[in-house]
Design a binder for this molecule. Structure first.
Ligand SMILES: N[C@H](C=O)CCC(=O)O
Length: 415
Protein backbone atom coordinates (compact mmCIF):
# COMPACT_ATOMS: atom_id res chain seq x y z
CA UNK A 1 0.00 0.00 0.00
CA UNK A 2 1.45 3.43 -0.91
CA UNK A 3 2.88 4.90 2.28
CA UNK A 4 1.49 1.86 4.13
CA UNK A 5 -1.96 3.45 4.37
CA UNK A 6 -5.28 3.57 2.54
CA UNK A 7 -5.76 7.30 3.02
CA UNK A 8 -2.81 9.75 3.23
CA UNK A 9 -3.95 11.50 6.45
CA UNK A 10 -3.34 8.25 8.35
CA UNK A 11 0.40 8.36 7.78
CA UNK A 12 2.50 10.14 10.41
CA UNK A 13 4.57 11.95 7.79
CA UNK A 14 3.94 15.42 9.20
CA UNK A 15 4.61 14.47 12.81
CA UNK A 16 7.36 11.83 12.49
CA UNK A 17 7.28 8.18 13.44
CA UNK A 18 5.07 5.32 12.34
CA UNK A 19 1.27 5.18 12.47
CA UNK A 20 -0.33 3.31 15.33
CA UNK A 21 -2.03 0.09 14.19
CA UNK A 22 -5.46 -0.15 15.76
CA UNK A 23 -6.88 -3.39 17.12
CA UNK A 24 -10.23 -2.17 18.47
CA UNK A 25 -12.20 0.70 19.96
CA UNK A 26 -14.60 0.98 22.88
CA UNK A 27 -16.39 4.23 23.74
CA UNK A 28 -13.74 6.97 23.60
CA UNK A 29 -10.90 4.43 23.95
CA UNK A 30 -8.76 3.11 21.13
CA UNK A 31 -6.55 0.04 21.63
CA UNK A 32 -3.53 -0.62 19.44
CA UNK A 33 -2.12 -3.99 18.41
CA UNK A 34 0.59 -3.69 21.10
CA UNK A 35 -1.98 -3.37 23.87
CA UNK A 36 -1.63 0.40 24.44
CA UNK A 37 -4.79 2.40 24.91
CA UNK A 38 -5.49 5.98 23.91
CA UNK A 39 -8.25 8.53 24.41
CA UNK A 40 -9.44 8.98 20.84
CA UNK A 41 -10.14 12.45 19.40
CA UNK A 42 -10.11 11.35 15.75
CA UNK A 43 -13.34 9.33 15.90
CA UNK A 44 -12.56 7.84 12.47
CA UNK A 45 -12.22 11.45 11.19
CA UNK A 46 -15.60 12.57 12.44
CA UNK A 47 -18.30 9.90 12.05
CA UNK A 48 -18.08 8.43 15.57
CA UNK A 49 -19.93 11.11 17.49
CA UNK A 50 -21.19 8.37 19.84
CA UNK A 51 -17.73 6.83 20.29
CA UNK A 52 -16.74 3.31 19.25
CA UNK A 53 -19.10 0.33 19.37
CA UNK A 54 -22.15 2.10 20.76
CA UNK A 55 -24.34 -0.84 21.94
CA UNK A 56 -27.45 0.35 20.08
CA UNK A 57 -25.55 0.78 16.82
CA UNK A 58 -23.93 -2.63 17.15
CA UNK A 59 -27.26 -4.33 17.98
CA UNK A 60 -28.98 -2.69 15.00
CA UNK A 61 -26.12 -3.78 12.73
CA UNK A 62 -26.31 -7.37 14.02
CA UNK A 63 -30.03 -7.53 13.25
CA UNK A 64 -29.53 -5.99 9.83
CA UNK A 65 -26.75 -8.41 8.97
CA UNK A 66 -29.20 -11.27 9.34
CA UNK A 67 -31.20 -9.89 6.41
CA UNK A 68 -28.29 -9.64 3.96
CA UNK A 69 -25.53 -7.21 3.05
CA UNK A 70 -26.65 -5.46 -0.13
CA UNK A 71 -29.54 -5.69 -2.57
CA UNK A 72 -28.98 -3.02 -5.21
CA UNK A 73 -32.72 -2.33 -5.03
CA UNK A 74 -34.90 0.02 -2.96
CA UNK A 75 -35.34 -0.74 0.75
CA UNK A 76 -37.49 0.72 3.52
CA UNK A 77 -34.34 1.47 5.49
CA UNK A 78 -32.85 3.88 2.97
CA UNK A 79 -36.22 5.62 2.69
CA UNK A 80 -36.23 6.02 6.46
CA UNK A 81 -32.75 7.60 6.45
CA UNK A 82 -33.74 9.89 3.57
CA UNK A 83 -36.83 11.01 5.57
CA UNK A 84 -34.70 11.60 8.63
CA UNK A 85 -32.26 13.77 6.68
CA UNK A 86 -35.05 15.76 5.05
CA UNK A 87 -36.71 16.46 8.39
CA UNK A 88 -33.39 17.36 10.09
CA UNK A 89 -31.56 19.53 7.57
CA UNK A 90 -33.48 22.76 7.05
CA UNK A 91 -32.83 23.27 3.31
CA UNK A 92 -33.06 19.66 2.14
CA UNK A 93 -36.34 18.66 0.45
CA UNK A 94 -35.01 15.67 -1.51
CA UNK A 95 -31.88 13.61 -1.04
CA UNK A 96 -29.77 11.02 -2.89
CA UNK A 97 -27.59 8.61 -0.91
CA UNK A 98 -24.09 7.85 -2.18
CA UNK A 99 -21.04 6.10 -0.70
CA UNK A 100 -18.69 8.87 0.44
CA UNK A 101 -18.27 12.59 0.94
CA UNK A 102 -16.23 12.77 -2.27
CA UNK A 103 -19.11 11.27 -4.24
CA UNK A 104 -21.52 13.70 -2.59
CA UNK A 105 -19.58 16.87 -3.53
CA UNK A 106 -18.70 15.59 -7.00
CA UNK A 107 -22.33 14.78 -7.71
CA UNK A 108 -23.69 18.01 -6.21
CA UNK A 109 -21.37 20.02 -8.44
CA UNK A 110 -22.33 18.07 -11.55
CA UNK A 111 -25.95 18.79 -10.66
CA UNK A 112 -25.20 22.48 -10.14
CA UNK A 113 -23.56 22.62 -13.57
CA UNK A 114 -26.38 20.68 -15.19
CA UNK A 115 -29.00 22.87 -13.55
CA UNK A 116 -27.41 26.26 -14.33
CA UNK A 117 -25.79 25.36 -17.66
CA UNK A 118 -22.58 27.01 -16.40
CA UNK A 119 -19.12 25.49 -15.97
CA UNK A 120 -17.14 27.42 -13.40
CA UNK A 121 -17.21 26.79 -9.70
CA UNK A 122 -15.84 28.72 -6.75
CA UNK A 123 -14.23 27.00 -3.78
CA UNK A 124 -12.19 28.38 -0.90
CA UNK A 125 -8.46 27.97 -0.29
CA UNK A 126 -7.83 25.35 2.37
CA UNK A 127 -11.33 23.88 2.17
CA UNK A 128 -11.36 20.19 1.32
CA UNK A 129 -14.26 18.61 -0.50
CA UNK A 130 -12.85 15.16 -1.22
CA UNK A 131 -10.51 14.10 -3.97
CA UNK A 132 -12.36 14.78 -7.23
CA UNK A 133 -10.04 16.41 -9.83
CA UNK A 134 -11.67 19.81 -9.94
CA UNK A 135 -11.71 20.09 -6.12
CA UNK A 136 -8.08 19.15 -5.45
CA UNK A 137 -6.85 22.67 -6.05
CA UNK A 138 -5.48 24.62 -3.10
CA UNK A 139 -7.23 21.98 -1.01
CA UNK A 140 -6.94 21.33 2.71
CA UNK A 141 -6.73 18.13 4.79
CA UNK A 142 -4.09 15.54 3.78
CA UNK A 143 -3.33 17.42 0.55
CA UNK A 144 -2.28 20.47 2.57
CA UNK A 145 -0.51 18.38 5.23
CA UNK A 146 1.60 16.58 2.60
CA UNK A 147 2.36 19.76 0.65
CA UNK A 148 0.32 18.91 -2.46
CA UNK A 149 -2.72 21.19 -2.06
CA UNK A 150 -2.90 21.20 -5.87
CA UNK A 151 -2.31 17.61 -6.90
CA UNK A 152 -0.34 16.47 -9.92
CA UNK A 153 -2.71 14.57 -12.19
CA UNK A 154 -5.37 17.28 -12.26
CA UNK A 155 -5.56 18.41 -15.92
CA UNK A 156 -5.01 22.15 -16.43
CA UNK A 157 -8.26 22.52 -18.38
CA UNK A 158 -10.16 20.93 -15.49
CA UNK A 159 -8.47 23.22 -12.97
CA UNK A 160 -9.28 26.23 -15.16
CA UNK A 161 -12.94 25.90 -14.23
CA UNK A 162 -12.23 26.07 -10.50
CA UNK A 163 -11.76 29.51 -8.99
CA UNK A 164 -10.20 29.60 -5.52
CA UNK A 165 -11.07 32.43 -3.17
CA UNK A 166 -9.78 33.22 0.31
CA UNK A 167 -12.16 32.03 3.07
CA UNK A 168 -13.89 34.80 5.05
CA UNK A 169 -13.09 37.44 2.40
CA UNK A 170 -16.26 38.92 0.85
CA UNK A 171 -14.38 41.63 -1.08
CA UNK A 172 -12.35 39.19 -3.17
CA UNK A 173 -15.45 37.13 -3.86
CA UNK A 174 -17.29 40.24 -5.00
CA UNK A 175 -14.47 40.89 -7.51
CA UNK A 176 -14.54 37.28 -8.72
CA UNK A 177 -18.28 37.47 -9.35
CA UNK A 178 -17.93 40.87 -11.05
CA UNK A 179 -15.45 39.27 -13.49
CA UNK A 180 -16.99 35.80 -13.99
CA UNK A 181 -20.46 35.90 -12.40
CA UNK A 182 -22.35 34.78 -15.54
CA UNK A 183 -20.18 31.62 -15.82
CA UNK A 184 -20.29 30.52 -12.18
CA UNK A 185 -22.51 27.50 -11.54
CA UNK A 186 -21.92 27.26 -7.80
CA UNK A 187 -19.99 28.30 -4.74
CA UNK A 188 -19.08 25.32 -2.57
CA UNK A 189 -18.05 25.98 1.01
CA UNK A 190 -17.46 24.20 4.28
CA UNK A 191 -19.70 26.42 6.43
CA UNK A 192 -17.21 25.77 9.23
CA UNK A 193 -13.88 25.05 7.54
CA UNK A 194 -12.63 21.85 9.13
CA UNK A 195 -9.80 20.80 6.86
CA UNK A 196 -7.30 23.61 7.49
CA UNK A 197 -7.73 23.12 11.19
CA UNK A 198 -11.05 24.50 12.39
CA UNK A 199 -11.83 27.94 10.98
CA UNK A 200 -15.27 29.36 11.78
CA UNK A 201 -17.11 31.63 9.36
CA UNK A 202 -16.83 35.26 10.40
CA UNK A 203 -20.00 37.16 11.22
CA UNK A 204 -21.92 37.80 8.00
CA UNK A 205 -19.73 35.63 5.72
CA UNK A 206 -22.29 32.87 5.13
CA UNK A 207 -25.14 35.34 4.61
CA UNK A 208 -22.95 37.18 2.11
CA UNK A 209 -22.45 33.91 0.22
CA UNK A 210 -26.20 33.39 0.21
CA UNK A 211 -26.81 36.88 -1.12
CA UNK A 212 -24.13 37.00 -3.84
CA UNK A 213 -24.97 33.56 -5.27
CA UNK A 214 -28.65 34.59 -5.51
CA UNK A 215 -27.71 37.89 -7.13
CA UNK A 216 -25.74 36.11 -9.89
CA UNK A 217 -28.00 33.06 -10.32
CA UNK A 218 -25.38 30.62 -8.99
CA UNK A 219 -26.10 27.85 -6.50
CA UNK A 220 -24.78 27.83 -2.95
CA UNK A 221 -23.55 24.41 -1.82
CA UNK A 222 -22.76 23.69 1.82
CA UNK A 223 -20.33 20.82 2.27
CA UNK A 224 -21.62 19.59 5.61
CA UNK A 225 -19.85 16.23 5.44
CA UNK A 226 -18.06 17.19 8.66
CA UNK A 227 -20.53 19.63 10.25
CA UNK A 228 -23.79 17.81 9.48
CA UNK A 229 -25.32 16.42 12.72
CA UNK A 230 -22.16 17.58 14.56
CA UNK A 231 -22.31 21.33 15.18
CA UNK A 232 -26.11 21.01 15.55
CA UNK A 233 -28.55 18.25 14.63
CA UNK A 234 -29.45 20.25 11.51
CA UNK A 235 -25.79 21.03 10.81
CA UNK A 236 -24.11 24.40 10.35
CA UNK A 237 -27.10 25.66 8.37
CA UNK A 238 -29.26 25.26 11.47
CA UNK A 239 -26.58 26.73 13.74
CA UNK A 240 -26.01 29.81 11.57
CA UNK A 241 -29.51 30.12 10.09
CA UNK A 242 -28.49 30.11 6.40
CA UNK A 243 -30.18 27.86 3.83
CA UNK A 244 -28.01 26.75 0.90
CA UNK A 245 -29.44 25.35 -2.36
CA UNK A 246 -27.63 22.02 -2.02
CA UNK A 247 -26.04 20.24 0.94
CA UNK A 248 -23.46 17.45 1.01
CA UNK A 249 -23.38 14.99 3.89
CA UNK A 250 -21.34 11.99 4.99
CA UNK A 251 -19.53 10.78 8.11
CA UNK A 252 -22.14 10.81 10.96
CA UNK A 253 -25.05 9.73 8.71
CA UNK A 254 -23.20 6.42 8.20
CA UNK A 255 -22.41 5.85 11.88
CA UNK A 256 -18.88 4.66 10.95
CA UNK A 257 -19.76 2.83 7.73
CA UNK A 258 -19.12 4.28 4.26
CA UNK A 259 -21.88 6.64 3.21
CA UNK A 260 -22.54 10.06 1.71
CA UNK A 261 -25.54 12.08 0.55
CA UNK A 262 -26.44 15.19 -1.35
CA UNK A 263 -29.73 16.95 -1.28
CA UNK A 264 -31.51 20.25 -1.51
CA UNK A 265 -34.37 22.03 -3.15
CA UNK A 266 -36.86 19.74 -4.88
CA UNK A 267 -36.74 21.81 -8.07
CA UNK A 268 -32.98 21.20 -8.34
CA UNK A 269 -32.90 17.60 -7.10
CA UNK A 270 -35.58 16.60 -9.61
CA UNK A 271 -32.93 17.07 -12.29
CA UNK A 272 -31.08 13.99 -11.00
CA UNK A 273 -31.54 10.74 -12.98
CA UNK A 274 -33.91 8.97 -13.34
CA UNK A 275 -36.24 11.88 -12.43
CA UNK A 276 -34.13 14.17 -14.65
CA UNK A 277 -31.17 14.04 -17.03
CA UNK A 278 -28.18 14.62 -14.71
CA UNK A 279 -26.65 11.18 -14.35
CA UNK A 280 -25.26 9.77 -11.11
CA UNK A 281 -25.33 6.17 -9.89
CA UNK A 282 -23.85 3.69 -7.39
CA UNK A 283 -23.96 -0.11 -7.00
CA UNK A 284 -23.77 0.05 -3.19
CA UNK A 285 -25.59 3.37 -2.66
CA UNK A 286 -28.07 3.19 0.22
CA UNK A 287 -26.32 0.08 1.51
CA UNK A 288 -28.48 -1.45 4.27
CA UNK A 289 -25.67 -1.79 6.81
CA UNK A 290 -24.44 1.77 6.35
CA UNK A 291 -27.97 3.10 6.49
CA UNK A 292 -28.72 1.07 9.64
CA UNK A 293 -25.65 2.37 11.47
CA UNK A 294 -26.55 5.92 10.39
CA UNK A 295 -30.17 5.64 11.50
CA UNK A 296 -29.22 4.17 14.89
CA UNK A 297 -26.74 7.02 15.38
CA UNK A 298 -29.24 9.73 14.45
CA UNK A 299 -31.87 8.26 16.81
CA UNK A 300 -29.48 8.60 19.73
CA UNK A 301 -28.51 12.12 18.69
CA UNK A 302 -32.20 13.06 18.84
CA UNK A 303 -32.34 12.52 22.60
CA UNK A 304 -33.01 15.79 24.42
CA UNK A 305 -29.88 17.49 25.73
CA UNK A 306 -27.44 15.72 23.39
CA UNK A 307 -26.00 18.85 21.80
CA UNK A 308 -25.86 20.71 25.12
CA UNK A 309 -23.84 17.79 26.47
CA UNK A 310 -21.47 17.86 23.49
CA UNK A 311 -21.09 21.62 23.99
CA UNK A 312 -20.27 21.18 27.70
CA UNK A 313 -17.69 18.47 27.07
CA UNK A 314 -16.09 20.42 24.25
CA UNK A 315 -15.93 23.63 26.31
CA UNK A 316 -14.35 21.70 29.20
CA UNK A 317 -11.67 20.34 26.86
CA UNK A 318 -11.09 23.69 25.13
CA UNK A 319 -10.81 25.60 28.43
CA UNK A 320 -8.43 22.99 29.83
CA UNK A 321 -6.21 23.06 26.75
CA UNK A 322 -6.11 26.87 26.72
CA UNK A 323 -5.14 26.88 30.42
CA UNK A 324 -2.44 24.26 29.86
CA UNK A 325 -0.96 26.26 26.97
CA UNK A 326 -0.97 29.44 29.07
CA UNK A 327 0.68 27.63 32.00
CA UNK A 328 3.44 26.46 29.65
CA UNK A 329 3.79 29.96 28.18
CA UNK A 330 3.12 28.68 24.65
CA UNK A 331 1.07 30.99 22.43
CA UNK A 332 -1.82 29.18 20.78
CA UNK A 333 -5.00 30.14 19.01
CA UNK A 334 -7.82 27.78 19.83
CA UNK A 335 -10.77 27.72 17.42
CA UNK A 336 -13.89 25.79 18.33
CA UNK A 337 -17.38 25.36 16.94
CA UNK A 338 -19.46 22.89 18.94
CA UNK A 339 -17.80 19.48 19.15
CA UNK A 340 -14.92 20.27 16.81
CA UNK A 341 -11.87 22.29 17.75
CA UNK A 342 -8.33 22.99 16.69
CA UNK A 343 -5.13 24.34 18.25
CA UNK A 344 -2.89 26.50 16.11
CA UNK A 345 0.61 27.24 17.37
CA UNK A 346 0.46 30.96 16.70
CA UNK A 347 -0.65 34.01 18.63
CA UNK A 348 -2.48 35.43 15.60
CA UNK A 349 -6.17 34.86 14.93
CA UNK A 350 -6.71 32.12 12.33
CA UNK A 351 -9.43 33.09 9.87
CA UNK A 352 -8.27 31.63 6.55
CA UNK A 353 -5.73 29.43 4.75
CA UNK A 354 -2.92 31.99 4.97
CA UNK A 355 -3.26 32.47 8.70
CA UNK A 356 -3.69 28.70 9.27
CA UNK A 357 -0.43 28.09 7.41
CA UNK A 358 1.38 30.45 9.80
CA UNK A 359 0.94 27.93 12.63
CA UNK A 360 4.23 26.41 13.80
CA UNK A 361 3.97 22.84 12.52
CA UNK A 362 7.19 21.72 14.27
CA UNK A 363 5.63 22.71 17.58
CA UNK A 364 2.47 20.83 16.65
CA UNK A 365 4.55 17.72 15.86
CA UNK A 366 6.22 17.84 19.29
CA UNK A 367 2.82 18.40 20.93
CA UNK A 368 1.30 15.49 18.99
CA UNK A 369 4.10 13.03 19.87
CA UNK A 370 3.98 13.88 23.57
CA UNK A 371 0.20 13.56 23.63
CA UNK A 372 0.46 10.16 21.94
CA UNK A 373 2.98 8.89 24.45
CA UNK A 374 0.70 10.31 27.16
CA UNK A 375 -2.18 8.16 25.85
CA UNK A 376 -4.06 10.69 23.72
CA UNK A 377 -4.71 9.99 20.04
CA UNK A 378 -5.01 13.14 17.93
CA UNK A 379 -5.06 13.47 14.15
CA UNK A 380 -1.43 13.43 12.98
CA UNK A 381 -1.80 16.80 11.27
CA UNK A 382 -2.04 20.41 12.30
CA UNK A 383 -4.80 20.86 9.73
CA UNK A 384 -7.36 18.41 11.06
CA UNK A 385 -10.00 18.84 13.75
CA UNK A 386 -10.16 17.40 17.25
CA UNK A 387 -13.54 15.64 17.41
CA UNK A 388 -15.33 15.32 20.75
CA UNK A 389 -17.90 12.54 21.14
CA UNK A 390 -20.69 11.80 23.60
CA UNK A 391 -18.52 8.92 24.84
CA UNK A 392 -15.80 11.21 26.22
CA UNK A 393 -16.13 11.29 30.01
CA UNK A 394 -15.16 14.21 32.24
CA UNK A 395 -12.36 12.06 33.58
CA UNK A 396 -11.00 11.34 30.11
CA UNK A 397 -11.11 15.03 29.26
CA UNK A 398 -9.26 15.91 32.46
CA UNK A 399 -6.63 13.26 31.70
CA UNK A 400 -6.24 14.78 28.24
CA UNK A 401 -5.63 18.20 29.74
CA UNK A 402 -3.10 16.70 32.15
CA UNK A 403 -1.23 15.14 29.20
CA UNK A 404 -1.43 18.49 27.40
CA UNK A 405 0.56 20.24 30.15
CA UNK A 406 3.55 18.05 29.30
CA UNK A 407 2.90 18.29 25.56
CA UNK A 408 2.79 22.11 25.55
CA UNK A 409 6.03 22.17 27.53
CA UNK A 410 7.59 19.93 24.82
CA UNK A 411 6.20 22.16 22.07
CA UNK A 412 7.57 25.24 23.84
CA UNK A 413 11.11 23.82 23.59
CA UNK A 414 10.86 23.97 19.76
CA UNK A 415 11.58 27.28 18.06
N1 LIG B 1 -10.13 15.49 6.64
C1 LIG B 1 -10.39 14.30 5.88
C2 LIG B 1 -11.84 14.19 5.66
O1 LIG B 1 -12.65 14.79 6.28
C3 LIG B 1 -9.84 13.12 6.59
C4 LIG B 1 -10.23 11.79 6.03
C5 LIG B 1 -9.30 11.25 4.98
O2 LIG B 1 -8.84 11.98 4.11
O3 LIG B 1 -9.05 10.04 5.03
Amino acid sequence: MPGGVNSPVRAFQAVGGQPVFIARGEGAWLYDVDGNRYIDYVGSWGPLILGHRHPEVIAALRDCLETGTSFGAPTALETELAREIVSAIPSVEMVRLVNSGTEATMSALRLARGYTGRNRIVKFEGCYHGHADFLLIKAGSGALTLGVPTSPGVPADTAANTINAPYNDPDTLEQIFAAHGQDIAAVIVEPVAGNMGVVPPQEGFLSFLREITRRYGALLIFDEVMTGFRVAYGGAQERFGINPDLTCLGKIIGGGLPVGAYGGKREIMERVAPAGPVYQAGTLSGNPLAVTAGLATLRILQHPGTYAELERKSARLADGLARAAADAGVPVTLNRVGAMLCLFFTDHPVTDYESACRSNTARFAAFFRTMLSGGVYLAPSQFEAVFISLAHSGEQIDRTVEAAHKAFAAAGRIE
